[in-house]
Design a protein around this ligand. Structure first.
Ligand SMILES: [Zn+2]
Ligand SMILES: [Zn+2]
Length: 645
């Protein structure tokens, strides 16, 4: 039979496997790094026979996204094998691959300890060393149930009942068999670099009412070098953990007394937020947005009308006032539409661009809450652009430019994804086509490279997602742009066209930074707490050497405050070295040291956080230097933004 391998025609024998075919079509060196095969859109085991139905075969390499997913998921199987060997009474549940790694949930009588993890890792190494083959068999439901029940694996039975169907595939390597759709690496020896990372409690099916399980997290990579790089990144991430820095810099905290997933903002953190939010308001006003605000709670009927009650209810909170049910808003769209409807809009009034720093509440499961990155109460920098269909493309182009300018200010590079219509969606084919084309054409015109995420749009419309890449290579989804034809329809919002008739406008939902909380969390880790000077809540700190300079410190403080600089004075009776060390830990951009010599000259001695030492300068010069540093990123980002304006 003739098959095509990466564009090359190769003759293979009847009954040959994908591995045989790939071996023919690739060099030895290339083939060594192949973990699976791609037949059309399907990724299959290398052992899968080549058939007439798929004669175009592509290799899946170990270092590709798909290849890594397969290696990681295979590592989860090997981990389960090791756990069952060391702790025979543990029951296996599920073990998927995740971003950068994998996990497996076990039902076991106690949490696993770090020593257990070491032992499990050792056992895994021995399984990898034995280079066991992964083999796939298909069984009837009855057979599969019998197999797992004989091993006491009750969860697998439950999973089969849930999945439905009469046949299931089972993957076996060594003595360990698992219910699994596959694919897998051909042999355990292809799992060349892995490490177990941590244990956490997790509930069966993520439901707190169910039994608590023990989840072991691990990571696996194509080779030891890639693993090492990742572990170094993890170490770096730990150092930058925003929850740790939040305490160290006295910015924000969480409290059990208040509730999980709800942040408390301390004076310094709130100042940082206020500067960021103030900046956002100004930037939006400059671009023709109008500031609006709706209430936190809105009548339940409104959420029924919008479809949120049907599609999003589990994530919402409800309350009752005077026998009227209310929903606490998880999004800001509805009030904006009511605001739009306050008067008759004509085609000349469009687009209407409403901006709100809107506080929303979403019920996230307690297990997924994580510092500021995943909270239950947060503020979105949300806007709704209500425009004529012919304005959609230009609005989106402007948005892309806007986002680009702002992200550059924080030294972010970013990736863009266009998500198209999902299987479950509302709205007509024509509307989806129009909306998706609008987004696509705007992206093409912007010249920005983008990936397409087939079927990952919102149920009411396609969207563009912006993923920020941070300084240690992680990616964070922050900005979105969504085109929506449905809500205008449901709320019957209209404009009067040139023809004097009523027409339906299009609604664009968009958030640039996303959640302010999350953005600050991401930014804190991106810059390791050393915020750009324009945003730092404390830009400079005055440090005196002895009490003798106290009066001059006061005078200097008053002068710098008058120049609009956010300054603190540390006049404690501590050693200068100690005070400098503390300012460094708090990542204060500038330390202004004042000793007798400086008092005499009417100067300060500047030391910067980055190690620059401009030395002795006058107060006037010090003020200018700090103000220039605060403006610098705006110049670099190509924005004409005056800090005081
Ligand atoms: Zn599997
Ligand atoms: Zn919205």
């Amino acid at each position: 039979m003739l098959v095509e391998i990466s564009g090359k025609q190769v003759e293979v024998a009847d009954g040959a496997s994908c591995a045989d075919a790939l071996q023919e079509g690739l060099s030895k060196k290339q083939f060594k790094n192949v973990v699976a095969a791609k037949c059309g859109d399907a990724i299959v085991d290398l052992s899968t026979p080549v058939t007439e139905t798929c004669t175009t075969i592509e290799p899946v390499f170990a270092d590709s996204e798909e290849g890594l997913g397969i290696i990681r998921h295979s590592a989860a199987h090997v981990m389960a094998e090791a756990v069952k060997k060391l702790f025979p009474t543990a029951k296996v549940t599920i073990g998927p691959s995740i971003t950068d790694g994998f996990y497996y949930d076990f039902d076991y009588e106690r949490p696993f300890t770090p020593e257990d993890l070491e032992a499990i890792e050792k056992e895994m190494l021995s399984s990898v060393g034995a280079n066991k083959e992964f083999s796939r068999t298909v069984m009837s439901k009855a057979e599969a149930k019998k197999l797992f029940e004989s091993k006491g694996e009750t969860y697998k039975s439950e999973i089969m009942d849930d999945l439905g169907g009469d046949e299931f595939s089972i993957y076996t390597h060594g003595d360990f068999a698992d219910l699994c759709r596959g694919p897998h690496v051909a042999r355990t020896g292809q799992i060349k670099a892995f490490k177990l990372l941590s244990v956490a409690g997790a509930y069966w099916r993520g439901d707190e009412k169910n039994k608590q399980l023990q989840r072991i997290y691990g990571t696996a990579w194509e080779d030891p070098k890639a693993l090492k790089k990742y572990l170094t990144r993890l170490e770096e991430a730990k150092k930058r953990d925003h929850r740790k820095l939040g305490k160290q810099l006295d910015l924000f905290s969480f409290s059990d007394e208040v509730g999980p997933g709800m942040s408390l903002w301390h004076p310094r953190g709130m100042l940082l937020r206020a500067i960021l939010e103030d900046f956002e308001r100004k930037e939006h006003l400059k671009r023709g947005y109008q500031l609006v605000q709706g209430p936190i709670i809105l009548k339940r009927e409104l959420w029924e009308k919008s479809g949120h009650y049907d599609n999003y209810r589990e994530n919402m909170y409800f309350t009752e006032i005077d026998e009227q049910a209310y929903g606490i808003k998880p999004m800001n769209c509805l009030a904006h539409m009511i605001i739009y409807k306050r008067k008759i809009m004509s085609y000349r009034d469009l687009p209407q661009r409403y901006f709100e720093l809107g506080v929303v509440h979403r019920h996230e499961k307690s297990g997924v809450l994580h510092g500021l990155m995943r909270v239950r109460t947060f503020t979105q920098d949300d806007a709704h652009l209500i425009c004529r269909p012919d304005q959609v493309e230009e609005e989106i182009l402007d948005l892309i430019k806007f986002y680009k300018d702002i992200y550059a200010l924080f030294n972010y590079e970013f990736d863009v994804e266009l998500s198209t219509r999902p299987e479950k969606s509302i709205g007509s084919d024509a509307d989806w086509e129009l909306a998706t084309e609008g987004l696509r054409q705007a992206l093409d015109k912007s010249g920005m490279p983008y990936a397409i995420n087939e079927g990952d749009g919102a149920f009411y419309g396609p969207k563009i997602d912006f993923h920020l890449r941070d300084s240690i290579g992680r990616s964070w989804q922050c900005g979105t742009i969504q085109v929506d034809f449905t809500l205008p329809e449901r709320f019957d919002i209209v404009y009067v066209g040139e023809d004097g008739e009523r027409h339906r406008p299009v609604m664009i939902h968009r958030a640039m930074l996303g959640s302010i909380e999350r953005f600050i969390g991401v930014l804190t880790e991106h810059c390791a707490g050393a915020y750009p000077v324009w945003l730092a809540p404390v830009q400079a700190r005055l440090l005196n050497v002895t009490d003798a300079q106290a009066d001059f410190v006061k005078k200097a403080e008053a002068f710098l405050v008058s120049k609009g600089i956010r300054i603190e004075a540390d006049t404690r009776n501590e050693k200068l070295g100690y005070k400098i060390r503390e300012a460094q830990v708090e990542k204060i951009p500038y330390m202004l040291v004042i000793g007798d010599k400086e008092v005499e000259a009417g100067c300060v001695n500047i030391r910067s956080r980055d190690g620059d030492d401009p030395g002795m300068v006058t107060l006037e010069e010090a003020a200018q230097l700090i103000l220039d540093a605060a403006k610098a990123p705006f110049k670099a980002g190509g924005m004409s933004y005056s800090f005081s304006g």
